[in-house]
Each structure stands twice: as C-alpha cells, then as structure tokens.
Design a protein around this ligand. Structure first.
Ligand code: FE
Ligand code: CA
Length: 544
C-alpha cells in the first residue's frame, strides 16, 4: 500500500521545497556535510554533481544538438528520505558504444507531476550531465509525502516516466510497507520476468543486494541483437559503462526501476568475481587492480540512483554503507561486504568437503571492517523503528557442512566476525533484525542464532533471495541436504526470482516469488513459499 495519500503541491509548496533544497546545501552541523562531500546517511542530500536550482518550469537552457534519443537506458529513483529522493538517468544515444554524446557538459531538465500524463508540472529544475561522469544525472529532488511522477527532458527528447516517493519521516506510524529484494541478474543467463513482476507488484521500494552486472567477457563475435555480453571483461570506466548500458537497455529492468525508488548496494561482480578489498580474485592480477576497482566504482555510481558523491580516487575509500528509515516501521542499514573484508581464507576453494583450515576461524579476519561494524551496531541500537532491515551481500547464516566450509566467500569464511556480530545483537538486545541477502542464486530462509546454530538464542532472521536470472551455483540435488541444517527453515534451488516482503508493525511476511521459465520474458511468476516473523519473536516459520 502507499503509506500516505498523495498531496498535490500548492503554489507555495514548490517554493518551500526549493528552500528545503537550499537548506540541504548548507554544511551539516558537524562540519562534515559540505556541499560535494555528502556524509552518507547523515540526511544531507547534496552531491557535487547533484545540485538543484529554481529554474522555471519552461527551461531557458540553451538548445542542445544530440545525435539521437539520449534516453535509451531508462530512468530510476533511489535513496528516498523524508524530504525527497534522487532521480537518475544517463544520456546515451549510442549506449553500447561509449554513449555517443558530444564532448560537452549538458543541462538536463527534470520535472515532477502528480499524474503520469504530466498535466501539471509542479516542480522542475536542471542538472548538469557531465562528460567526466558519462553524462549521468543525479538530481536530489525535494518531494512532499506521497507518490510523484518524474521525467527528464533534453534537446527535444523526453524520457519515459518513473514513479517515486519520499520515505515516511521518522516518528511517523506506517501501517504497511511492501519491499522487493533482488540480486544477481546475469544478462546472458536469462530474461527479466522477475523485474516485470516487481513492477506489477508496485512495492513501496526495492532493495538491490548486488551483482547488478557480471564482468565476464562476451563471445568474440557476439551479435548485439543476441542476449550476450559485448566486449572484453571490463577494466576501464568506458568498458564498465558499456556493460551497465547493456543491462539497462532491458525494458523489464527499466520498468522495475521506474516503478518505485530503489536502495542499491553492490557485491563482487560489479567489479570482479570474489574480489576482497584490494585483492583481486587471482593474485596474479594485482597490478592495476586498484585502478580497475576505481573505474568499476565510478561506473557503478554513474548508473545507480544513489545519494552519494562519486568516488574520488583509486587510493581512496569509497563509502557506500549507509542507513535509511521508512517511518517508524523499518530501519534500513545497507552494508558493504566487499571493500573492507579480509581476503578469502584457505585459498578460497569452492565446494571443498575437507575440514576448513584454521585461517577461516581467525578472529583477526573481518567482513565489514571495525568502523562499519560499529556503525551498524550504533545505527540499529539507536533506532526506534520496529524492524531492522540489513541489506547484506553474502549468506550470514551458518552453512558449514560438518567441518567443511562450502563457500569461503560467505560469512562461513569469516566465522569469528560472524559470531561476534550476532552476539553483539544479543548483547545489545536489538530486536526484530531481518537480514536480506543475495549472491548465491538460491532461495533460503534461515534462523539466525547467537552461539550454537542449533541451540543458541534467536537473534534474527535471514531471507536469502534467489537470483533474478543468474544460473544456480549449487546443484538442485542439494536442496534436501540444506533442509537438514538445523538453522535453515527452507530452501529452493531450482528457480530464479526475488522476494517480496509485506511488513506491518505486527508481522513480517516474506513471499518467495519464482519464475517458471527464466528463458521467457513473459514467464509466469508465482509464490513458492510464504514465511512469517511475528514482531518481538525473532523467529521465522513457514506459513501453512
Ligand atoms: Fe551473483
Ligand atoms: Ca556475488
């Protein structure tokens, strides 16, 4: 449901909105929020490339000559807070070949309306699409509570229309939120019926958990008309841009973005499979990896509707972990499980049944880094919201098999860090933790316990969403094995899909949506199972 009825801007409201926007440009009280140096999660909402203006509705920007329609890879909105959201697009008349834009910065007009026909434009502004950032646009737009339509215009062209909404403010009772969680959309592996279903379900917001692109090379002679990656494995910003554009030309992905605001985090494939901090998958590829990662991070920023400044340099941290709030219903903490982690233990062997080497349980190993872990505990501990949603990259539930770690990339390979984190939740008496996880291309429901995975006290629940399209990593014959794990409530390995969560102050309900045939864009999408968490119970059960 939509939490608060739509309110149409009155004449004066736009001016108030613009005043609020100017307010955003002030440095934060703690001095960290100078324009262009947004502190993620601080509520400041100005980025270097995202200042709004009070341009009149009819733009006075100089006419721009474009070689063709620049709106080929869609629109998006994201990181809503109580005052607005980020609107995104990128100008790319030739999206698969560098974008095809002239080598000039270009002003782009954004418009807001209460109706999809834009009968009345109630707010507008301009944002500069820069050469430096691939002619991407991130407009931080003030919005009154309610649902709003947005679009972009430049050079006689108009984008498709998206729907967005600000988040209900802290202190606001919210009767219900509907949240889609999705990850892993390998372009060559299937079509995006799951995204069509997300758009049709019209959730309040989407949480994207990573693996938005995959970095594998396309076949050398791939026909662009086929659903294949094009070009080599990307290492430069231009190559990563082309890869993002390839994915974003998909109409069902565009529809999913246009349906509601998204909160986006990354996993490994946005850079390279199983990288860890500045360690690439293969140690032999270490030379130049820092620059490659910077290129990948920049292209990620250019293609996602995030309330962040772009990354500044290869040697710099690029902080994307951040928090958000959906009224007093859901506290959201979005993690970065890639940038700060220790390199995978025990040689990162896959699916070994040998007992794990001692390194896997080394207490010095970290998944989040000390700073992020402390931020997470502080954020959740201070929240007055009923539910604590953690957007997380890789499975945190214990999925070890006898003494073996089946996947050293998961929290199983960071055992001491996991135990410490789950124990911290118990020690701080943080209730109603729901971890949403992607990465592993299977659906699973896990009971999180501190200490012993079979007998420790319940500290939360993990919903592992399957992939939108990426092929299964674990054989379906292992479904029954996984179900014998004492902390795994259910598992489904045979289908692609996503998870759809209906959240009220009393109950969290997770519907596991599965795609019948991932080779068909028109495939039906059905519910495989429904799982329930009553508020205060920290316990998940399968609905009868
Ligand atoms: Fe994946
Ligand atoms: Ca992954």
């Amino acid at each position: 449901m939509q939490p608060i009825s739509r309110r149409v801007f009155l004449a004066g409201a736009a001016a108030i909105a613009i005043a609020a926007c100017s307010d955003d440009a002030r440095p934060a009280a703690d001095g960290t929020g100078a324009p262009g140096a947004t502190e993620p999660g601080s509520g400041a909402s100005t980025t270097a490339a995202a200042t709004t203006t009070d341009e009149p509705t009819t733009s006075t920007a100089a006419p721009v000559e474009l070689p063709g329609d620049p709106f080929t890879i869609g629109v998006a909105s994201g990181d809503p807070d109580a005052r607005g959201a980020v609107l995104w697009t990128r100008l790319a008349p030739d999206p698969l070949n560098g974008g095809g834009m002239p080598a000039d910065d270009v002003p782009v007009v954004w418009e807001i309306s209460a109706t999809p026909e834009f009968t009345e434009v109630v707010a507008s502004g301009t944002e500069t699409a820069t050469v430096q950032h691939g002619h991407s646009v991130h407009a931080v737009v003030p919005l009154e509570q309610g649902d709003w339509y947005y679009r972009f215009r430049v050079g006689g062209y108009t984008s498709l229309v998206g729907l967005t909404r600000p988040a209900p403010a802290a202190g606001t009772d919210v009767a219900e939120a509907r949240i889609a969680a999705a990850s892993c959309q390998h372009y060559e592996s299937g079509l995006y019926a799951a995204h069509r279903d997300i758009a049709e379900q019209a959730p309040s917001f989407v949480v994207w958990l990573g693996d938005y692109i995959y970095e594998g090379a396309g076949s050398a002679n791939a026909d662009p008309a086929d659903r294949t990656h094009l070009g080599p494995e990307p290492t430069t910003v231009e190559e990563y841009r082309n890869r993002y554009a390839r994915y974003k030309t998909d109409p069902q992905l565009q529809a999913s973005h246009a349906a509601c605001p998204w909160f986006v985090i990354w996993d490994d494939h946005e850079v390279e499979n199983n990288y860890a901090g500045l360690a690439p998958q293969e140690p032999a590829d270490a030379a130049g990896f820092q620059e490659r990662r910077f290129a990948a991070y920049q292209a990620w920023w250019e293609h996602q509707p995030v309330r962040l400044s772009p990354p500044t340099g290869a040697a710099d941290e690029y902080r994307i972990y951040r928090d958000a709030q959906w009224g007093d219903l859901v506290q959201i903490a979005l993690l970065d499980g890639r940038q700060y982690r220790s390199d995978q233990a025990c040689g990162d062997v896959a699916l070994s049944l040998e007992p794990a080497c001692p390194e896997a349980s080394d207490p010095a190993r970290t998944m989040l880094g000390d700073e992020q872990e402390q931020w997470l505990l502080d954020t959740l501990g201070a929240s007055a919201a009923t539910w604590k949603l953690i957007g997380n990259q890789v499975i945190i539930a214990d999925a070890t098999f006898n003494e073996a770690v089946l996947n050293y990339d998961q929290w199983d390979g960071y055992q001491a860090a996991r135990e410490q984190l789950l124990q911290s939740f118990a020690d701080a008496a943080i209730e109603n933790i729901v971890v949403l996880t992607g990465d592993i291309h299977l659906a699973a429901v896990a009971q999180l316990r501190a200490g012993d995975r079979a007998a420790g006290p319940n500290v939360g629940v993990e919903f592992v969403t399957t992939s939108v399209s990426s092929g299964g990593l674990v054989g379906e014959e292992l479904t029954d094995v996984l179900k014998t794990f004492p902390n795994l409530i259910d598992a489904e390995l045979a289908h692609r899909g996503y998870s759809l969560h209906t959240v009220t102050p009393q109950q969290w309900t997770a519907d596991y949506r599965i795609v019948t045939d991932v080779a068909s864009a028109d495939s039906e999408v059905t519910t495989f199972g429904t799982y329930l968490v009553a508020a205060g119970s920290n316990t998940v059960t399968k609905a009868p």
